[in-house]
Design a protein around this ligand. Sequence first.
Ligand SMILES: Cc1cc2nc3c(=O)[nH]c(=O)nc-3n(C[C@H](O)[C@H](O)[C@H](O)COP(=O)(O)OP(=O)(O)OC[C@H]3O[C@@H](n4cnc5c(N)ncnc54)[C@H](O)[C@@H]3O)c2cc1C
Length: 434
Amino acid sequence: MSEIIRRDPRREWIARNRLHPDNAAVLAALGVNRGGGAVSEWMGPNGVVRKDPRAIGFIGPNGVKRIDRSGLQQGGQATATTTAARDSRRTVTIDQPAFLVAVVPDLTGGRLSGHDKDLLGLARRVADADAEQPGAVVAILFGEYKGEGGGELKEQTLGEAGIDRVVHLDDEFYAGFAPEARLAALSAVEREMTPRFWLFPDSPLGGADLGRRLALRLGERAATGVWQVEADNEASLGWRCTARGAAGSLDIQRPLPRVALALAECAEPVDETRHAAEHLTLAASIPTTLSRIEDLGQVAVDPAGVALAEAEFILSGGNGVKQWDAFHHAAKVLGATEGASRVAVDDGFMARDRQVGATGTWVTARVYMAVGISGAIQHLQGIQRCDKVVAINLDPGCDIIKRADLAVIGDSTQILAALVAMVEQQRGGQRDAA
Ligand SMILES: Cc1cc2nc3c(=O)[nH]c(=O)nc-3n(C[C@H](O)[C@H](O)[C@H](O)COP(=O)(O)OP(=O)(O)OC[C@H]3O[C@@H](n4cnc5c(N)ncnc54)[C@H](O)[C@@H]3O)c2cc1C
């Protein structure tokens, strides 16, 4: 018999498309068991082990099949599968690091954002470059850390993001906008640990400001807008970076300085190893009376007035929205900024400045809810940097569903109405309790 490995592109395509009616049968034929506790890995036709990065669907409490790609599934089978995925990670402990790479994540809402995880992936690359003398990644976390899931799982998330050591500063003193207090803490870390590199997310959520302040304090010329870092033996610290400059119009190459502010997607997040995330405390006491800045708290803004590029939560409508009044009402109740597909704009239902996509605005929302949008490539380009995508659509096979972290199959009007009713009921309950 011939040794040539024959591929069946159609079967492979069905195996990748978890919403295809034959998906389960094809996966079973390939030896993948998506049921309780089984691993989602199989030998591909060319002899390479293939991993299914998507979390496995599970039957939710109401009997409906749920697909959750956040890695936090609560269903029995899913928990087993998530555990299997977690167990497949290699545990790495670095007892005596040759050097430290400090990372200061934004930790927006008490959780590591996608940008934070990319940055930790970059830190890991730098720390692990020399297998003989690896470095350790130390994360400095300000404020409450909610993690993903509670208890042990919450701590595990830090290790799985690539963190070897954690300095967690959650005093009230660091809460809100407290750049002076945070800078004092970072200066203490610098004195006690002298990291080889300091990495910050170049984001308006905190990292961009704090990173520049620290660079000034340390007398370093920070690299900002970094999107690529490569090994370079001729650079003094062994690395070279490429950064966006001149208002994003050109790329600047330079040796990686000690302080770097990196953009999202500067590196792949860690997904194969688990690290110790050992907690450290600072020996020095940090002065708590130096603040000349008073944070008066957040100001309530009208979500409708928020620029799409800066919106954290977007409710976006497409050709599948049949009742636009109900859509606007839902956006108001949910406190979401409105976005739209090009068809909705071309048809005159939404203003041109609300268009999301390649020829509209590229958005970076933490939650992007696409209602009646098919997920054309031009639209998907505009939402690639969103953290979580929720799709409401009648067609389970459309491309937005494949991109979505959570998909709801059904009529947009009915689902929005149900969502609004739930939110109003919950708010009513909270008011009654108060
Ligand atoms: C050069 C170029 C640039 C473009 N730039 C952009 C861009 O920047 N942004 C952009 O969005 N598009 C852009 N487009 C257009 C893009 O190709 C698509 O045509 C457009 O995104 C489709 O919009 P839609 O998903 O709202 O509509 P459709 O493709 O018509 O999809 C409607 C969806 O709604 C669902 N649906 C129907 N009824 C219901 C219901 N009752 N309840 C729930 N779901 C329902 C359907 O299943 C379908 O998935 C561009 C095209 C070109 C050629």
